[in-house]
Structures are given as structure tokens and as C-alpha cells.
Design a binder for this molecule. Structure first.
Ligand code: GAL
Length: 431
């Protein structure tokens, strides 16, 4: 995120912090608390990776860590709920109560920098990066996403791609269809599928972020990378006609989804595509982990993937990172865990199972399947765009408001009200 962005997003912190319930007043007392490390303290790893498609990578990483450090007791403190729906609330109250987990999952970008770092809750990790020789092992763009005012605050374990359209190969072949590259093609394909009684597009927005995920991809496909990014720097207004066009396209897409979308989570919606009840699904590539590990589907046989229409050459970046909160009792153990998480071995244990690609540039491509290899390649050349639904583009408070507005829009489909709500949430951020 550029300078101007951080400036107005920093101002927005008040909103974000009020909503996430943390305060920015106690960094010095936290400092005092962080004395020398106590022996036998357990290493509590906090995330939302539990259950189908989510936890395999984490378990592999913890196993690797335990092999290297058998004497450190690990507690996998995961709180269920896609995209941190529940975990983030639990984390906020623990942080507010000065009871941080040893380390926690946080998205690179605004969620980390304008949230926990701006609130004075994180220790800088520059020394760890130097010691491990990481400065040229992670892409600069990624280090920037986990840095604020010259300090680095977390270690990225992965890069997920958000702008993927997953499709059921058999349904497409049986109906003589090609995966759509543009929104026009999407609607042509969708009409044909609908005529055959097949749900064209799966959605599972029981947790509203899943609909925001679809919307942000339509925004990227409609506005292009530069203008999409300008929405988060305040340089482009939500009242811009291009945003209206994106909202209209999003609305039209909602005419092709499964009726029971609001009672399904992201895995339940993915199942519709796996079973051939729905043909397409816009979701991040954690879906690949779910399809392959849990549903035993085969890449490029049972399911295919293309960039979301109009987003070829673009990459919606989602990065899960872990840092060192101030005030933890076992900072040395946390750093040991972060060293393993940031190592080639750690990344190559985690990512092939998670569906993501390694955050490091020197990981071993042979450990990844066709999808992973292709995505590693695409990441090198694509235009990178920060995800809103997954914390990089704007602070948590704003994301919460967008999720609420999208959730209402999915049922009411009132374009004007939706845009007005987005515009006023953004205006509040700028104040
Ligand atoms: C994202 C996260 C991914 C995945 C997904 C679904 O926010 O970055 O790692 O867990 O949520 O829960």
C-alpha cells in the first residue's frame, strides 16, 4: 500500500480499533511485561485453520516444528470460522485483555499494520529477518505488506490467490462449454447451464465474507488493477461510475447462484461444484486444499481453474502471516517457530497442503502440483492487487462494514443503497 494509503488508513484506525475492540494505549506496560523467557511456557498458535481443507498445512508445519524442537510444548489454538469470522473477535478481546496468544494468524497489509501494529501490540522482527537472511528471500512487495515505518512485523507463511474461478470439468465437457474469460462469456455460459437446470455459480455466504470475496473480484475485473487499488487509497470514489458498473455485474451474477447460499459456508458451496450440482465457484485457492485433501478430487481432471473473468494477468493477493505480540512470556520460542515457518522446509511442508504458494522465492516447485506450479509462475508476472475481504486493502473496521453492506445487498439488491453505504464508510475512514 502506498504512502497516501497508509496515511488515510492510519486515520481510519479509530474506526477499525473501535470495531475490533482493541486499544492503543498500553505499549509501554506491555514492554515491561516482556521479561526474560519462562521455562516450560507452552507455545500457543492462534489461527482459524480448523476442519476441512483448512488445518492440514498447519498440522504439517507444527509436526515439523516439533521434530526440531521436541521440548517446546505446542498448543494449536484454532477457532473455527472461514476468513477469521470468529477467531478475529476472540483475538481482539484477548489482545485487549493483555492476554495475547504466543503468535497469531494475521493478514499482511492493513489488518496487521493499521490494526495491531498501529495499536502498539507487535514487536518488530527486523533482527530475525537479518539473522535468517530473509531480506532477499521474500518478494519485496510482500515484505512491504508486513512492514510499517521501516520495521517488519510478521513472517508470511503463504500467498493465496483470491481471483480463481473453479469449475466442474465434467459439467463443462458434457455441455460443450469453455470456462469464461470475460463477464460477457460468463453470462453466456451461465445462461446455458441454467437452461439445463444446473446452478451456474455456487455461493456460500452464511459467513458474509464469501459474498464480499466475489464482489471484490468483480471490482478488480471491472476497474482494472490500478483503479481497484485507488479505491483503498481514497483516490477513486465509490461513487465512480465504474463502481456502479461493477455492482450491476455483481447483482446480475447473484441471479445465477444456488438458492440456499445463505445456509452454506465456503466448504459447503465448494461441495456443490464437486458434486456437479453447480458448475462454477469464485473462491481463493484454499478451495484446492479442500478439493484435493478432503474430497479426494484430482487437479485438472475433476476440477479446473481459470482466473475470474476479466482478471487474467492479475493476482488478488492474500497472505497469512504470523508475528510476535508484545507481552508474550516465551518470545524466544515464538522466534524459533517463526524461523521454521519462514524456512524453505516450513513453507514447503505447509503450502502444498494448504493450496497456497510459498511466500519465499526459493521454495522447491517440485513439491507443488500443476495448480501450484502455474500459480507460482503467474505470481511472478501478474499485477498484484490487495484483497479487501482478506484484510490487506483496508482496516478491519471498514471490512466489517463492507461485509454487512454486501450481506444486505445480496438479499435486497438495491444498488444505490449499497453504493451509498460503501461511499459513506469510506468517507468516515478519510476523516
Ligand atoms: C482467508 C485465509 C486463508 C483461508 C480462508 C478461509 O482469510 O487467508 O488462509 O483460511 O480465509 O478460511
Amino acid at each position: 500500500m502506498r504512502k497516501k494509503a497508509s496515511a488515510w488508513l492510519a486515520l481510519a484506525l479509530g474506526v477499525g480499533m473501535a470495531l475490533s475492540g482493541c486499544s492503543s494505549s498500553n505499549s509501554s506496560s506491555d514492554h515491561a511485561k516482556q521479561g526474560s523467557q519462562k521455562a516450560g511456557e507452552k507455545l500457543e498458535i492462534f489461527s482459524w485453520w480448523t476442519g476441512a481443507g483448512e488445518e492440514d498445512g498447519l498440522k504439517a508445519l507444527i509436526k515439523l516444528f516439533q521434530e526440531k524442537y521436541p521440548d517446546i510444548k505446542v498448543e494449536n489454538a484454532a477457532v473455527a470460522g472461514g476468513a477469521g469470522t470468529n477467531a478475529k473477535a476472540v483475538l481482539a478481546s484477548r489482545m485487549q485483555g493483555n492476554d495475547p496468544p504466543s503468535t497469531f494468524q494475521v493478514h499482511g497489509g492493513a489488518e496487521l499494520n493499521e490494526g495491531w501494529v498501529a495499536a502498539g501490540k507487535m514487536e518488530p522482527l527486523n533482527d530475525l529477518y537479518e539473522k535468517e537472511g530473509w531480506m532477499d528471500k521474500f518478494p519485496k512487495a510482500l515484505i512491504d505488506m508486513v512492514s510499517k515505518d521501516g520495521n517488519i512485523y510478521s513472517v508470511p507463511v503463504n500467498i493465496h490467490r483470491g481471483n480463481v474461478l473453479w469449475y466442474n470439468k465434467k459439467v463443462f465437457a458434457d455441455n460443450g462449454l469453455q470456462p469464461p474469460k470475460t463477464f460477457d462469456e460468463f453470462f453466456q455460459v451461465a445462461d446455458k447451464l441454467k437452461a439445463k437446470g444446473i446452478t451456474p455459480l455456487a455461493l456460500g455466504d452464511k459467513e458474509p465474507w464469501a459474498a464480499t470475496h466475489l464482489f471484490e473480484n468483480v471490482l478488480l475485473g471491472t476497474l482494472g488493477t490500478e483503479n481497484y487499488k485507488k479505491l483503498w487509497t481514497g483516490e477513486l470514489s465509490f461513487n465512480d461510475p465504474q463502481v456502479k458498473q461493477a455492482v450491476e455485474t455483481f447483482k446480475k451474477m447473484l441471479g445465477y447462484i444456488n438458492e440456499d447460499h445463505s445456509s452454506r459456508n465456503w466448504q459447503d458451496a465448494a461441495q456443490l461444484v464437486a458434486e456437479g450440482k453447480a458448475a462454477m465457484y469464485v473462491m481463493g485457492d484454499w478451495v484446492k486444499g479442500y478439493f484435493v485433501n478432503d474430497l479426494k478430487l484430482k487437479v485438472n481432471q475433476d476440477f479446473g481453474y481459470v482466473p475470474v473473468p476479466n482478471t487474467e494477468g492479475k493476482f488478488m493477493v492474500i497472505t497469512d502471516t504470523f508475528g510476535l505480540p508484545k507481552g508474550v512470556k516465551n518470545p524466544d520460542d515464538v522466534k524459533k517457530f517463526l524461523s521454521v515457518l519462514g524456512s524453505v522446509e516450513g513453507q514447503d511442508a505447509f503450502n502444498p497442503l494448504k493450496g497456497s504458494i510459498p511466500a519465499r522465492i526459493d521454495a522447491d516447485p517440485s513439491k507443488y502440483d500443476e495448480y501450484g506450479k502455474q500459480t507460482m509462475q503467474d505470481f511472478k508476472t501478474a499485477e498484484l492487487a490487495p484483497s479487501l475481504a482478506h484484510g490487506s486493502a483496508a482496516p478491519e473496521g471498514f471490512v466489517t462494514k463492507v461485509n454487512q453492506a454486501v450481506n444486505i445487498f445480496v438479499t435486497q439488491k438495491d444498488v444505490k443503497t449499497f453504493i451509498d453505504t460503501l461511499a459513506s464508510a469510506a468517507a468516515e475512514l478519510k476523516k
